[in-house]
Write a protein that binds this ligand. Structure first.
Ligand SMILES: Cc1ncc(C[n+]2csc(CCOP(=O)(O)OP(=O)(O)O)c2C)c(N)n1
Ligand SMILES: [Mg+2]
Length: 391
């Protein structure tokens, strides 16, 4: 027993020696990040750790005291577990501090769950060990004596991704920023106005609408760059892959990957657009036989129109033939008014193509006759009817 304790004390000292900020200059040692986290976290915090080196840092530097909990994928060894574990822990223990120790590879795999945090207003604190690598596998390769291959990561700017998801995003790039960053992340509690440019103002406002004051409702996301210096070359490459967010239609021409966010019509507006018979009954939208095969399919018009698809000119030609078959001016007037009531595009094109012949029919003098005969020729409402009564 004594020998074991002695051995542990020696091993412990070696581990603690690694967990220092050194001169305060980079790179940031992940051991130091984990030991600061251990010191600042709540006495009953729930930690989750990703498969990969975060599991090592959790095992070596978190002080378990009977009240804290540590959740991980220890037997199964399945990557990307820390964030979903944290979501489960926070949902079931709303009042507890939940800290997710994420690998950059692990977080990237289930990054969509940042939106779950936002959606459910879960105040999980994510500490991302950003080493631009699948480091545990890189270590395994090196330990086996082979050259590491396929383990480099070209990371996005996680802080911006967090902000885009409506989550407070913090970043530490030097060791002397680590402690204050973790402290700020752990104490962040929802209403966070005045945090400056690190949080998108619009997002904060929206969060404030949901969050009760001081209830710890906001997820926080903090990133540290343990092997920052060594990976500088890769980072500059990664910065070319820029996400483009907050836009109506924004496509920027850059080298590398482009993500464009397009604000499309909300589903409800699409549902409001008439289809089928409702569409054919809407004169401003109805095109009659000019609806293409694709439009007919999409708008539920199959079976409601003659199968022949026509151009506007072909429609005009046919409509003019029908017009000419009318026996007198009042009949021609009724025909044109009916056309206007069913297909306005065709009506105006027909009118334009035969303007001299048709103007006297839709307007003076035939319109006077139409007014006289109004009660006989009325088909459907149009415009505004005003009744005058002598009083
Ligand atoms: C689903 C899954 N894929 C692959 C692995 C193998 N693997 C174990 S750790 C690891 C790297 C994890 O990378 P990261 O999350 O960045 O943590 P790091 O080791 O870099 O700290 C990989 C690929 C695994 N355990 N599970
Ligand atoms: Mg990594």
């Amino acid at each position: 027993m004594k020998e074991s304790l002695k051995h542990y004390q020696k091993a412990r000292k070696g581990l603690d020696d690694l967990a220092t900020a050194k001169s305060g200059k980079g790179p940031i040692h992940p051991q130091y990040v984990a030991s600061v986290l251990d010191r600042l976290a709540a006495e009953d915090a729930i930690f989750t750790c990703d498969v990969g080196t975060p599991t090592i840092w959790a095992a070596r530097y978190l002080t378990m005291n009977g009240r804290r909990r540590l959740l991980g994928s220890f037997t199964h060894g399945s990557m990307a577990n820390a964030l979903p574990h944290a979501i489960g822990a926070q949902v079931s223990h709303r009042g507890r501090q939940v800290i997710s120790m994420c690998g950059d590879g692990g977080l990237a795999m289930l990054m969509g769950d940042l939106l779950t945090l936002r959606q459910h207003q879960l105040p999980v604190k994510l500490i991302v060990f950003k080493n631009d690598s699948l480091a545990f596998v890189e270590l395994e390769m090196k330990a086996t004596g082979i050259l590491d291959f396929g383990t480099d990561l070209h990371n996005p700017d996680f802080t911006k991704i967090a902000e885009g998801a409506g989550i407070l995003g913090l970043k530490a790039e030097e060791p002397d920023q680590v402690e204050s960053m973790i402290a700020e992340a752990l104490k962040y509690d929802g209403p966070a106005t005045g945090r400056g440019p690190r949080v998108a103002p619009g997002t904060l406002d929206a969060a404030n609408n949901h969050a009760g004051a001081g209830q710890g409702l906001q997820p926080v996301y903090a990133e540290s760059s343990p092997q920052r210096a060594r990976r500088r070359d890769h980072r500059s490459g990664a910065s070319q892959s820029r996400a483009v967010i907050h836009t109506t239609i924004q496509l920027e021409q850059r080298k590398g990957t482009i993500m464009a966010t397009i604000n499309t019509i909300p589903h409800s507006s699409i549902a409001d657009t008439p289809c089928g018979m409702d569409l054919l009954d809407t004169p401003l939208l109805n095109k009659g036989t000019a609806f293409s095969a694709g439009e007919r399919m999409e708008l539920g018009l199959n079976g409601l129109l003659p199968p022949q698809v026509e151009t506007l000119d072909e429609q005009v030609f046919r409509a003019y033939e029908a017009f000419q078959r009318k026996s007198d001016d009042l009949e021609r007037h009724i025909y044109l008014r009916a056309l206007q009531d069913t297909n306005e595009v065709l009506f105006y094109k027909l009118l334009l193509d035969h303007i001299e012949e048709m103007t006297p029919l839709v307007y003076t003098p035939t319109v006077a006759l139409a007014c006289e005969q109004f009660s006989h020729i009325y088909r459907r409402p149009r415009g505004l009817f005003i009744s005058l009564s002598a009083s």
